[in-house]
Design a protein around this ligand. Structure first.
Ligand code: UDP
Length: 451
């Protein structure tokens, strides 16, 4: 009875306001809820999650004073720094509000915050609340981020173009061009965020949305750099009861379209929730896909083409060619798409969620990273796990056509699909009872219960 009372205690989640961060945090909330915890989500107003999709959770908005301006200008790092500076007092008020409302079995067991919402750690500590960090990117990305500070101190970054293909000795197979650097914004801001995030002071543990069989050696190195226990419990979307965490409305009509395509024939194309493209790049992408002669499902997020609302900028001729073998949606139910038997490849920006979702379904990838951790993930997909091809040149129709055919038609792609299937099976073992992620999750729950 005593134990049951404790297991009903409350966990307060503080996600960062981006789709790729909200998804794993809400998945963690679902996992903890199905293990007997009550969940409160304290969230920024920008990109706020939809409470009606999670009727079992409580939601508390965090009025932030930062404008959306920096996001629109693409300066995400400046936005995150500003959020951290502005919101500590308000977050404490939210924690205090939850504490005032708590019943005898409903005290706050702990706060779990996204690592980039680092102000949460101090806000929790001031109220004597235990906190745990959630890292939503790959372990390899954290190693690479931590290395940035030394590389800067030693004068290696910014690096000249002539060094871009050189390996970074302590991060092989990462090259200088793969380092998790932003394309917009100041290097100093990135380094400031990296050092804040690396400096864990009072948090009890770190949760990783990754899998031992994928990142065993990176996780071991990270454990040496950090004193607190870590819990690699990925892929969290596999543990979380299926419910959508999308901020945009998913267009399910693409599933019916996929039903009409043959097995492994479709290349799915999506560059995630943040990346932008120029009109010229979109036109090249469109012709490359059309000319590849493969069926394709393409997510074009409204507002993701600079200077356009959506695909109105494509010519009539191009739109007609697309409609012969392609299907365009504004936002897809991505996990279901990747699990569909018709999908045989994923042209992706290699955000960590997309990478995990693809690998977990055994779908090989064409890696088209833009910035930050996407480059690290792309390198691991193509050179460590060997389940993807890198598209490194400028987006050009001939190159896109070739790389799509390499993956979807050539022997090279078939071999990759076999390796992908093999990796999928190994991941399934990690999720099952007795597997590494399953064990980690049990230990995490035991730890929270014992707080
Ligand atoms: N996603 C989706 N529908 C889409 C495109 C993306 O549901 O049409 C989801 C995808 O499944 C993933 C998330 O959005 O969970 C994107 O996160 P990721 O880390 O891959 O990239 P980011 O958007 O952060 O760059």
């Amino acid at each position: 009875m005593e134990k049951q009372g404790k297991r009903r205690r409350r966990v307060v989640l503080v996600p960062a306001p981006f789709q790729g961060h909200i998804n794993p945090m809400l998945q963690l909330g679902s996992i903890l809820h199905s293990n007997g915890f009550s969940i409160t989500v304290v969230h920024a107003q920008y990109n706020s999650p939809n409470p009606s999709i999670h009727p079992d959770f409580s939601f508390l908005p965090l009025p932030d004073t930062s404008s959306d301006h920096n996001i629109l200008a693409g300066d995400l790092i400046a936005f995150v720094l500003q959020l951290n500076t502005n919101c500590k007092a308000r977050l404490q008020e939210c924690f205090a509000q939850v504490m005032r409302q708590q019943g005898p079995d409903d005290g706050i067991a702990c706060v779990v915050h996204d690592e980039i919402m680092y102000f949460s750690e101090a806000a929790a500590k001031d109220l004597k609340l235990p906190s745990i960090v959630l890292r939503t990117a790959s372990a390899a990305t954290f190693l690479a981020r931590n290395a940035l500070i030394n590389l800067k101190a030693e004068g290696h970054i910014p690096f000249p173009e002539s060094r871009s293909l050189d390996s970074v000795p302590e991060l092989i197979p990462i090259r200088f061009k793969d380092l998790p650097l932003p394309i917009f914004g100041k290097l100093e801001d990135t380094l400031q965020l990296v050092s804040k995030v690396a400096n864990i002071r009072t948090s009890l543990a770190i949760i990783y949305n990754t899998i031992d069989c994928l990142e065993n050696s990176s996780l071991a190195k990270l454990q040496q750099q950090c004193q607190v226990p870590s819990f690699p419990i990925g892929p969290m979307h596999s543990f979380a009861p299926a419910s959508s965490t999308s901020l945009l409305e998913e267009d399910n009509s693409c599933l019916a379209w996929l039903d009409q395509q043959s097995c492994n024939s479709v290349i799915y194309v999506s560059l995630g929730s943040i990346a932008f493209m120029d009109v010229k790049q979109v036109v090249e992408m469109a012709w490359g896909l059309v000319n590849s002669q493969q069926p394709f499902l393409w997510v074009v997020r409204p507002g993701s083409i600079r200077g356009a609302e959506w695909i109105e900028i494509l010519s009539k001729n191009l739109k007609e060619s697309i409609s012969e073998r392609g299907y365009i949606v504004k936002w897809a139910p991505q996990k279901e798409v990747l699990a569909h038997s018709a999908v045989g490849g994923f042209l992706s920006h290699c955000g960590w969620n997309s990478t995990l979702e693809s690998i977990c379904e055994g779908v090989p990838m064409i890696c088209r990273p833009s910035f930050e951790d996407q480059r690290v993930n792309a390198r691991y997909v193509s050179h460590v796990w060997n389940v993807g091809l890198e598209l490194e040149s400028e987006l050009e129709r001939g190159e896109i056509e070739r790389v799509v055919r390499r993956l979807m038609v050539d022997e090279e792609g078939k071999d990759m699909r076999k390796r992908g299937k093999n990796l999928k099976e190994r991941i399934e073992l990690c999720i099952k009872e007795g597997g590494s992620s399953n064990n980690s999750l049990n230990k995490l729950i035991e730890m929270i219960v014992s707080i």
